[in-house]
Design a protein. Structure first.
Length: 350
């Protein structure tokens, strides 16, 4: 079922009518970690934008997708998904905004790159939905960990390292096994578990190389705990809707993309699911999300404790699964929320 979060005071904001033309960034070629689920999300976004009478400019260089059907966008660019290409399209098309949170990790990374280049400011184009600061709070491992400490949410003991020596120093303090999570990588690329110093040295060197900012989060192992995911949305009025809780059949340590996932979660007590749903609501608000996002928790059933693992401040593979399992169109709703609608203004599918 759907768990509606408590809304804040304030009247719903009508749709932003200054948005007349939008650039939607797809996820590009199908690779391990990004596949048909982002075509599903992008197609929903095109339909939601067209429904509002908005001109849709689509960038996605994968012809084997539904979203690249000429009937779904007004102009289609099948060009490489690089910052310079996006910048050239912005120069030519001059859209009012960019939707970057429906094209997987590729979309978010492009938005951050354009922000750093100053392209968005120079061309007067804004990121619709979750803003750059919100994306950075969710994507930067260190910033997210600090935010969790600030709002009192438990996270595994960890350190952000930029060298093998820093990782070894942390290991001597905390012990093994340790989990490695590179910043700004796709589909868990470079992630892994180290059980001793030799393994840590090898895997950490690879992870640092794969991270675009040469940064890896090294954390105490919660391997073997249950992995529970929450799919939800937040709107401009600060209301949160938790669509569903999902349970990975495999424990923490097996990437979600390699696991069977069941919705709704079925082996966690309603009380503990409610606690995590409340935590997810606080995290959505603290990060400043607009639209859909996925939050992953580790849960220890005997101790009835949870740890916040991470947030994906975008529509994800899990969002597509949750949409189909529950009937709630997360990508469609994410697009509407990015245009300024409030959750209470969207028709509920149930």
């Amino acid at each position: 079922g759907f768990l509606r979060g408590v809304g804040r005071e304030g009247r719903p904001v009508p749709r932003d009518t200054s948005i007349r033309k939008v650039l939607l960034i797809g996820s590009g070629p199908i690779v391990i970690g990004q596949a048909a689920e982002f075509d599903y999300s992008g197609t929903q976004a095109c339909l939601a934008l067209r429904d509002e009478g908005i001109e849709v400019v689509l960038l996605n260089n994968n012809p084997a997708t539904l979203m690249t059907d000429p009937a779904l966008s007004h102009r289609l660019y099948m060009e490489p998904l690089t910052p310079s290409v996006v910048e050239a399209i912005l120069e030519r098309e001059r859209p009012d905004g960019i939707l970057a949170n429906l094209g997987g990790q590729v979309g978010l990374n492009l938005a951050l790159a354009l922000h750093k280049r100053g392209s968005l400011r120079r061309l007067g184009v804004r990121i619709l939905g979750t803003d750059i600061e919100g994306i950075a709070r969710g994507e930067d491992r260190e910033a997210f960990r600090e935010l969790m400490h600030a709002i009192g949410e438990p996270v595994p003991q960890s350190a952000t390292v930029q060298s093998v020596a820093e990782g070894l120093a942390f290991a001597r303090k905390v012990g093994f096994p340790l989990i490695l999570r590179p910043a700004f990588t796709l589909g868990g690329e470079g992630s892994g578990i180290a059980y001793d110093e030799r393994e840590l040295e090898e895997k950490l060197e690879t992870a640092l190389t794969l991270s675009p900012i040469h940064q890896v989060l090294v954390e105490e192992s919660i391997v073997g705990w249950k992995e529970i995911e929450f799919e939800g949305l937040r709107d401009v009025t600060d209301e949160v809707l938790i669509v569903t809780a999902m349970e990975n059949v495999d424990p923490v340590g097996i990437h979600t993309g390699d696991s069977i996932v069941v919705a709704p979660a079925f082996t966690v007590s309603p009380e503990d699911l409610a606690r995590m749903a409340q935590a997810a609501t606080r995290i959505y608000r603290a990060v400043g999300l607009i639209g859909g996002a996925n939050i992953q928790f580790a849960y220890h059933p005997e101790r009835r404790e949870y740890r916040v693992i991470e947030i994906n401040p975008r529509v994800s593979r899990s969002s597509a699964l949750a949409s189909k399992a529950t009937g709630y169109p997360i990508a469609w709703a994410t697009t509407k929320l990015a245009l300024g609608y409030a959750l209470r203004e969207l028709p509920h599918p149930m």
